[in-house]
Design a protein around this ligand. Structure first.
Ligand SMILES: Cc1ncc(COP(=O)(O)O)c(C=O)c1O
Length: 463
């Protein structure tokens, strides 16, 4: 190959990115590229393609953090190279993870918050797997001691997030999921008790059900299980899926008793990256007491010449998220978290009120007592000429992502629209959203798109 001429080199060096010859053709998508290209060019192409992604701040479907303080970005950048598993190499990151565990145990009222055990995870899904495994192991230990069969464990829950379906399938546990019914979207103590038996490894209430944002009644379920134990002798533990609620209830719902104050609650999972206000990639699982996590699930990694117990599915994992979690704890404290969550809750209630006034909608969650946000359905018997799916599509024109979906199990015909209010969804943004929903409704009423779509048909519509 002849060497390039000086002129050619000069051209390449000073070319505008979009006039560069290597960007004159589309880039490879499925074949591994042969040649190098300039970092500035590669960056421009990747950056530009991502413009087609939705604007995360307008994504009202997600529970996860989409706004961060500049200091969090800075810390995350500084920790980009830290591996959470390398406790020996990054002892301070390990120390900070430990502090977060004990702070959370304290926040959730563990009787031994300084001595109990827990860990960070990739998110609530991994945390749920670890919590579920500990319960399965504990149950098996007990059954083996009693000389009883251990082949048919079951777990009881309400309408759970898919991570529990995964847990059940991956780890061979029968999931007894209480189906939603019209007018009852949550588990009740009675529904739980009808499903309990000697093979029940745990009951898993969700603090902040994914589909409608409401809390399941942990305290009432715990009391019912106390009675059940008196009658049958079966001592069934509770694991609370507090993916969102464990970072909400302690700050804005002090009257809800859901945590380690209930002796039956043996473990709790939460997503740091949801209302924990930390960037994506951080979950937590905490056990009430050290003895609630069976020893044979713990692996020792070499740590500063000693041993560091670890319990995790992943090995390598980014360290920055945990560091940012600690930053948030010391930056905000209880007061700061309370102010943020309270303002989100008030904005959720504002949106619910506005939706209620619009006419076609029935609010099914008014933003009070659960996760900040609002949920609504189309008024029964009404055919305004459009569905909630049409409304979601229409709102997308303005950049909003406000999904409609059909409820699981027995409520398949009910289509719901759910709006999350997170840190950074300001009152002003909420007002703009409400104005756009009104405009979209008006547009859809005058350009009727789904004249004859019944709720049933809408239930089969996939988005
Ligand atoms: C109740 C509940 N549990 C678990 C999860 C899974 O959490 P993660 O996305 O942190 O893995 C979610 C996610 O939305 C959830 O709402």
């Amino acid at each position: 190959m002849p060497l390039p001429s000086k002129d050619e080199i000069r051209h390449e060096e000073f070319d505008d990115i979009y006039a560069a010859t290597d960007l004159a053709a589309p880039l490879p998508k499925y074949k591994f590229p042969q040649h190098e290209r300039a970092a500035t060019h590669a960056y421009a192409v990747v950056h530009d393609e991502l413009m087609l992604d939705g604007n995360s701040r307008l994504n009202l479907a997600t529970f996860c953090q989409t706004w961060t303080e500049p200091e969090v970005r800075q810390l995350l950048d500084e920790c980009l190279d830290k591996n959470m598993i390398d406790k020996d190499e990054y002892p301070q990151a390990a120390e900070i993870e430990k502090r977060c565990v004990h702070m959370l145990a304290d926040l959730w009222n563990s009787p031994h918050s300084a001595g109990t055990i827990g860990c960070s995870t990739a998110g609530s899904s991994e945390a749920a797997m670890l919590g579920g495994l500990a319960l399965k192991w504990k149950w098996r230990e007990r059954r083996q001691k009693e000389g009883k069969p251990t082949d048919r464990p079951n777990m009881i829950c309400g309408p759970v997030q898919v991570c529990w379906h995964k847990f059940a399938r991956y780890f061979d546990v029968e999931l007894r999921e209480i189906p939603m019914e019209e007018g009852r979207f949550l588990m009740t103590p009675e529904e739980v008790l009808t499903r309990c038996d000697e093979n029940t490894i745990a009951v898993v209430p969700t603090l902040g059900v994914t589909f409608n944002l409401q809390y399941e009644p942990v305290e009432a379920v715990a009391k019912a299980l106390d009675e059940f134990e008196k009658e049958t002798g079966f001592d069934i533990p509770i694991h609370v899926d507090g993916a969102s609620g464990a970072f909400l209830a302690p700050f804005i719902h002090p009257d809800v008793i859901w945590d380690f104050r209930l002796p039956r609650v043996k473990s709790i999972n939460a997503s740091g990256h949801k209302f924990g206000l930390t960037p994506l990639g951080c979950g937590w699982v905490i056990w009430r007491e050290k003895t609630d996590l069976p020893d044979d699930l713990i692996f020792d990694v070499n740590y500063l010449g000693g041993n560091m117990p670890t319990f995790a599915l992943n090995f390598s994992r980014p360290g920055g998220q945990v560091i940012c979690q600690y930053y948030n704890f010391i930056r905000l404290g209880k007061d700061g978290y309370q102010k943020i969550q309270q303002s989100c809750a008030a904005t959720g209630q504002f949106i619910a009120e506005q939706i209620n006034k619009m006419g076609p909608f029935e609010v099914v969650y008014d933003g009070k007592g659960g996760i900040p946000g609002a949920c609504w359905i189309m008024k029964k018997g009404l055919n305004p000429g459009f569905t909630l799916f049409d409304l979601a599509d229409r709102l997308r024109v303005r950049g909003w992502q406000l999904p409609a979906y059909s409820l699981p199990a027995h409520c398949g015909q009910i289509v719901i629209q759910r709006c999350l209010v997170r840190h950074g969804v300001s009152r002003d943004i909420a007002k703009l959203l409400v104005a756009d929903i009104k405009a979209a409704v008006k547009h859809l009423e005058t350009h009727r798109v789904s004249q004859s779509l019944t709720e049933q048909e809408a239930g089969g519509h996939h988005h």
